[in-house]
Design a protein around this ligand. Sequence first.
Ligand SMILES: O=C(O)CC[C@@H](O)C(=O)O
Ligand SMILES: [Zn+2]
Length: 432
Amino acid sequence: MGKYRGRATTVLRPKTTQQVSDIVRWCASRDIPIVPQGGNTGLVGGSVPLHDELVVSLANMNTVRSFDPVSGILVADAGCILQSLTDYVAPHNHIMPIDLGAKGSCHIGGNVATNAGGLRLLRYGSLHGSVLGLEVVLPDGTILDQLTSLRKDNTGYDLKQLFIGAEGTLGIITGVSILTPPSPQASNNVILALPHFDNVQPLYKTVKRQLSEILSAFEFIDRTAYDLAVKHGQGRALSDEDVAGADCFVLVETSGGRREHDEEKLTDLLSSLLEADTPLINTGVLSQSPAQFSSLWALREGVTEAVSKEGKAYKYDISIPLASFKHVVDTTREHLRHAVKHVLGYGHVGDGNLHLNIVASAYTQEIQDALEPFVYELVASYRGSISAEHGIGAMKTHALHYSKNDVSIEWMKKIKALFDPRGIMNPGKVLE
Ligand SMILES: O=C(O)CC[C@@H](O)C(=O)O
Ligand SMILES: [Zn+2]
């Protein structure tokens, strides 16, 4: 995003946990601050040095340590790229419980450190559930070995949970034990064009009722996001005629056990939606081939890149009630009418997570001041979250209080001080 630039002169790329430990111990004895770095695909500046920190990249720790095809438990070095792990477990008929647009370069350690959400959360839940064990180098260099593969372990405080989403502020994750679900036998998807946003909520209810356990994703893109994804992407999903009159789109994915059964369910869903007295959708296109399945996903996953080609993006990643998505996008748009190029909304409707992006030709203080605290106050009015899945990084430390009360922040600070009394681990991230 080009928002942060530090003055770091050195990047170290250790190959073993022991080397990470030696580096951290050496830094701790000299009060040298460290930025742990994964695939560098974060959107809040969490892996970027702000000053002259030492960057410790996990890129050379990229070996799968073990995989048990019966339990589906994978143990991998933190620097393994998510896509390579997906490819590794695929021949065993397993998939990773997490999927996101950045899969080709993000690291599993970074995914865990940021508690990344992504496209499969609706089906498989968050990493707080899928991660069974972690190996972490603590800020004094001690190796905390919690790399167990137990489904059940009720032996007091579950320390590993503290590192999931800590964004490298409590230590460096070096190994991950994760539960991989069996691959669905069949996956299908359909894109639906809706005349009004108001229809998204009843549509979600209908889709959940009709598809029940085979529903695996319910993703939303508004008209602006769709147009940008088509403009910068590989082709269009719908004809111009289908798109005319559409206010927004929903991508529904099913992952079930029997192809014909799932296809029949999707076809029935589509017909019942189109034949209703007051249809919730204008039209829908069911993917007919693996290539079309991928291109529908590419459209949704391509929004972020399309946005970056349009200009500089001010990004908000918020959790709010689904019913308020439209209001938040519209009020922000009205609030900024003359100052920016685009205001768009997209995201993981099924998880109540809206990505609100404001695109302008440059980052300016004027736009920043118009957006903040405006957006955060709006989010707080719903008791929402100012970061649903991207984390706090360097970008949102000043806004943490909109989602966390004083007592919570005080305890977060105490935890940070306990693990990292010298403040050398990813300073300036998460907490100010
Ligand atoms: O760029 C964004 O704001 C969202 C990125 C990602 O979380 C997505 O869902 O596409
Ligand atoms: Zn997202």
